[in-house]
Design a protein around this ligand. Structure first.
Ligand SMILES: *[C@@H]1O[C@H](CO)[C@@H](O)[C@H](O)[C@H]1NC(C)=O
Length: 261
């Protein structure tokens, strides 16, 4: 019993190096207010335990989100079949923009009837030989997305973006989002992290320059309205229908925007 109560409260305190029993021992040796102390401790443990159930559940979910490799890049790959359903013929010439774009582009290139290109907004870290080959062929480029993309208007039917926008302030978003819309003829799909998802590991921070700013869906929608970017309701509905049919729940926010003009 005592072990079970200690665990959730430790989790609650979120501090593995502070076992409760240690505090208890110290108290019992030195404090003359032992009974009151114990009573308070008991009450605290009881409360901690009852919250522990909820807190534990919440933190377990957070961990699975944060759990190492969960990024919207992997989400794009999982979403390919649903994007095909939603966009049909527009899944022809695709530009993916985001970290680890080589993985997405390689996956897309395996699909029949899909041509794909990628923009890696940060440095390529340890690119494998197939990634190096994509760069050599000019299929994947490293480009700072704060500046206009090196493509002509409507070069692609669809542009997919993952993670990259989470690192941009509104000032740069104001330039980058219209530019992404500029190079796509049929639409723009944005995969963004949910607030509370811990994204970049400390080791990645130097690469991205600053931590991701994960914004709520209401923030994004307000932002799209402000900047006159229209949501593509038709594609959104088809995507959700296809996803629901397979009980696929993206662990990132997915927004479907029309390319203006
Ligand atoms: C971004 O653009 C919108 C709409 O044009 C404007 O209201 C907003 O102030 C801009 N934000 C920044 C930070 O420039």
């Amino acid at each position: 019993m005592s072990r079970r109560t200690v665990n959730p409260s430790r989790r609650l305190a979120d501090n593995g190096s502070l076992p409760f029993s240690g505090t208890l021992h110290q108290k019992s040796r030195t404090s003359p207010l032992l009974p009151i102390g114990l009573l308070a401790l008991g009450a605290f443990l009881l409360i901690a335990y009852s919250y522990g159930g909820l807190g534990g559940f919440g933190s377990a979910r957070d961990v699975s989100h944060a759990g190492g490799d969960v990024s919207c890049m992997t989400e794009v790959i999982q979403a390919i079949p649903f994007l095909k359903k939603a966009y049909g013929d527009s899944m022809r010439k695709i530009l993916h923009v985001g970290p680890e774009t080589c993985s997405v582009v390689s996956k897309l290139l395996k699909e029949e009837d899909i041509e794909a290109w990628g923009v890696e907004p940060y440095d390529l870290e340890d690119p494998d030989s197939s990634c190096k080959s994509l760069v050599r062929k000019g299929i994947v480029r490293v480009a700072d997305i704060k500046f206009p993309l090196p493509y002509r208007p409507n070069s692609f039917s669809l542009v997919l973006v993952s993670d990259a926008l989470d690192y941009l302030s509104p000032k740069y978003l104001n330039k980058t989002l219209p530019d992404l819309a500029r190079v796509s003829s049929d639409g723009l799909v944005i995969f963004a992290g949910y607030p509370g998802q811990q994204r970049a590991k400390v080791s990645e921070l130097s690469r991205f320059g600053k931590p991701a700013k994960l914004r709520s869906s209401s923030w994004w929608i307000r932002y799209f309205v402000q900047t006159n970017l229209e949501e593509n309701e038709g594609a959104m509905k088809k995507f959700e229908q296809a996803a629901n049919k397979r009980s696929y729940k993206p662990s990132c926010q997915v927004f479907h925007l029309s390319s203006s003009q």
